[in-house]
Write a protein that binds this ligand. Structure first.
Ligand SMILES: CC(=O)N[C@H]1[C@@H](OP(=O)(O)OP(=O)(O)OC[C@H]2O[C@@H](n3ccc(=O)[nH]c3=O)[C@H](O)[C@@H]2O)O[C@H](CO)[C@@H](O)[C@@H]1O
Ligand SMILES: C=C(OP(=O)(O)O)C(=O)O
Length: 430
């Protein structure tokens, strides 16, 4: 596939209504977990993005049938599956290939996975996955590939060494197949972890504590068939709030899943951006103060990410771009990933007033007038953040490697153009 480039004519006001896609990070573990049951599963509101397409190919390669019956509806039937050798190139494309470990181990008693890929945003440890699988009775060998074996998975009282999202998801799926009760303590509780748990419950699993940091699973479950709708993507909603703010545009984000937006709204409020709620829609007015709130006593405020329910790491890049358009000074502290902030060089080249203090901290002083520039998209969220910068900048920007953006955001050029943006995708979509 040829690399994708966006050419963006900036400085335009946007307006209108946009609906977020289904959550990428819900769809991925749920597609993988559909391999746990031998009955058919229908998933709706699945984002049709590069990451889900890659995982669907991997599911087919182990013997499941997986068909898109409508643009965002996926039917998966894993009547019989085999612990086949998985294509290392496909696994290396996505972080979520590691999510096949839980269901394949449960179904086949063994699985060998090439190392997963995903965003290059710092070290991405797998130790928490290994810890959880071992406590559930599996043996793990990690060499050039990851081998998991378990003749029988057994329920256990597992304390995760950190609330890793994908490790919690893998452990949750394995625990559903394990004999006995499992406690997953220090578990991640992100909306996508909740979505996966609700999907497993819909299949017949017995799970308590969904949305908390102690998940209790009574296994083994007899699983059936289900039809399940993926929840809206709160990270996409956050990206759209940033877009509305930096372009000073009124946007309505319809069916936004407002119950999961408190910490996100609070983060943007610190930047002087206040959203209204109307039913399940989020309304971003154009007349924002865009004035950064100092801490009590006039001290420089900070915005930092942490595991859920705090402000999400995947919105840090968007928040940095947004802060360049706000009045005041703020410390942005990315606590979780070591390399996510390096993209700010692109913003500095565009005229952003940012000091990158170290790999985890950047000081942003705004507002600054951004100028269009050529850029490269290093990862999904930095790519989307640069798209926001390009849409708000004076002049034309070129974003190379926009394939990265399309790993996570469905038809984003078309959807933003419908609001008034001017993004040309090369090659054009047929
Ligand atoms: C497919 C998928 O769902 N990917 C998401 C998943 O990745 P993933 O599951 O890979 O991320 P993890 O939750 O394992 O950890 C992310 C990083 O945060 C660090 N960490 C984690 C917990 C903690 O308390 N302290 C800490 O420093 C980890 O060491 C790691 O460097 O969760 C990340 C964190 O929300 C998101 O960025 C990814 O989009
Ligand atoms: C880091 C991300 O994705 P992945 O974990 O799939 O690389 C992301 O969604 O921002």
């Amino acid at each position: 596939m040829p690399p994708i480039q966006y050419i963006v004519e900036g400085g335009r006001r946007l307006s209108g209504t946009i609906e977020p896609s289904g959550n990428k990070n819900s769809a991925l573990p749920i597609i993988a977990a559909a391999l746990l049951t031998e009955h058919p599963v229908t998933l709706t509101n699945v984002p049709r993005i590069r990451d889900t397409e890659t995982l669907v190919e991997l599911c087919r390669s182990v013997g499941a049938s997986a068909e898109w019956t409508e643009r965002n509806t996926l039917q998966i039937h894993a009547k019989e599956i085999r612990a086949a050798d998985l294509d290392p190139a496909l696994c290396a494309r996505i972080r979520a290939s590691i999510l096949l470990a839980g269901p394949l181990l449960a179904r086949c008693g063994e699985v060998a996975l090439p190392p997963p890929g995903g965003d290059v945003i710092g070290r991405r440890r797998l130790d928490t996955h290994f810890l959880a699988f071992e406590q559930l009775g599996a043996t793990v060998t990690a060499t050039h590939r990851l081998e998991f074996r378990a003749s029988k998975l057994k329920g256990a009282d597992v304390f995760l060494d950190e609330p890793s999202v994908t490790a919690t998801e893998n452990a949750l799926v394995a625990a559903v197949a394990a004999r006995g009760t499992t406690y997953l303590r220090n578990a991640a509780s992100e909306p996508h972890v909740q979505d996966l748990a609700n999907f497993l419950i819909a299949l017949g699993a017995k799970i308590e504590g969904v949305g908390t940091n102690t998940i209790i699973v009574h296994g083994p479950a007899t699983l059936g068939s289900t039809s399940f709708a993926i929840q809206p993507d709160h990270i996409e909603v956050g990206s759209l709030i940033g877009l509305a703010a930096v372009t000073r545009s009124p946007l309505r984000i319809a069916r936004a899943g407002v119950e999961h937006l408190r910490s996100i709204r609070m983060g943007f409020e610190r930047l002087g951006i206040v959203c209204g709620i109307e039913g399940d829609d989020l309304v971003v007015p154009s007349n924002q103060t865009m004035k950064i709130h100092d801490d009590f006593g006039g001290h420089v405020p900070k915005l930092e990410d942490q595991p859920w329910p705090a402000f999400p790491a995947d919105l840090m890049s968007i928040a940095i771009v947004t802060a360049t358009q706000c009045d005041g000074v703020i410390l942005m502290h990315e606590k979780m990933f070591e390399s996510r902030m390096f993209f700010v060089d692109n913003l500095i080249a565009m005229g952003g007033r940012i000091v990158l203090c170290d790999p985890h901290r950047a000081i942003v002083a705004g507002p600054s007038r951004l100028r269009g520039a050529p850029m490269n998209s290093p990862d999904i969220r930095a790519g989307m953040a640069m798209l926001l910068a390009a849409v708000c900048a004076n002049g034309t920007s070129t974003i190379n490697n926009a394939d990265q953006i399309e790993r996570g955001y469905e038809r984003i050029d078309e959807r933003l153009n419908a609001l008034g943006a001017k993004i040309k995708r090369i090659p054009a979509r047929s």
